[in-house]
Design a protein around this ligand. Sequence first.
Ligand SMILES: Cc1ncc(COP(=O)(O)O)c(C=O)c1O
Length: 390
Amino acid sequence: MSWTLAQRAHKMNPSVLRELLKVTEQPGIINLAGGLPSPQTFPIEAIAQATQKVLTEDGQGALQYAASEGYGPLREWVAADLRQQGLTVQAAQVLITTGSQQGLDLVAKVLIDAGAKVLVERPTYLGALQAFAPMEPQIVSVASDEEGVVAQDLRTQAPGARFAYLLPNFQNPTGRSMSEARRAELIQVAQGTGLPLLEDNPYGDLWFDQAPPAPLSARHPEGCIYLGSFSKILAPGLRLGYLVAPAPLYPKLLQAKQAADLHSPSFNQRIVFEVIHNGMLTSHVPRIRALYKAQRDAMLAALTREMTGLDVHWSCPQGGMFVWLQLPPALDAAALLPQAVKAGMAFVPGSAFYADRPQHNTLRLSFVTADRPAIDQAIQILAQLLKAQA
Ligand SMILES: Cc1ncc(COP(=O)(O)O)c(C=O)c1O
């Protein structure tokens, strides 16, 4: 039997990364490669109680098919929460998605034709590149510095682009954030050129010392689609996120959602609403921040201790889950990974996060999944490996 694949299937990323990372899951490896939140932060007891309550009070409703837009009270909650962050949003603009990853997929389906230009940061979130790829866009990565895309290059690339995909807070993979001034510049470009923005913000709540500046969508609501997620503040296994779209775009995204999966699990939506509607996140999220901040401090301290004398540079994230390393220019992180795994630790080679012209001497480390002694040990292993290359 020979199956003829659709053209778009050839565009689906085989993920060299996934193949590489399979080896990192061997027992005994300190895995700083994963993008997983710390399981210590999952509110298991609260979810157990909420599940019981949902089943007892309206089990039939919770287990029935439901509206594609999402569970009304949860949409209201999301809209109210975003209004507190400065967004002008009504519940009618909120679409509950199966993770924000589905938001990326729906936007891709609705806005990208084959050959259409889409702008991304350099580097950017690999999962977005994977979501966009089947629509066969021409992905253009915009020059970026430690604050994300550079406004002038965004302006140059804007003509004809369907949208720019931007991660203003504690970006995956670099951990970088956009300053107030950069946000203002980018909004000026978007307004001046008519460039639509797709703002992805799964890490915005995970700040350490200071809340980030207001989202781009708060400054230019009619020109932005906003993606949010419950994965990093509750649990990714719930598979719940949301998108906020300007009113004219919403019906098309809703139709794409209906076609994709009818609706996100209504049972999970009700559980999440039950868990959060009484203000649970106001104590829960600060606990995640405190844990992740201590983990970040441990990783930065280990890097400072172990990497002295090596031409290695790293980001100092003010939130989120990732540190980004730049190795000496001659080194290729992907080539180093098998040796690192053999020695007992794993990272993600940075090349995976570039739409084009990868910078091979970069890598991503997660500081949230391994405990502090393991972080110390892993950074020691990495430093020894780099010393051996010097
Ligand atoms: C930048 C970014 N966007 C979207 C996602 C998808 O998250 P989820 O689908 O779990 O909401 C992730 C997951 O790691 C991410 O890092």
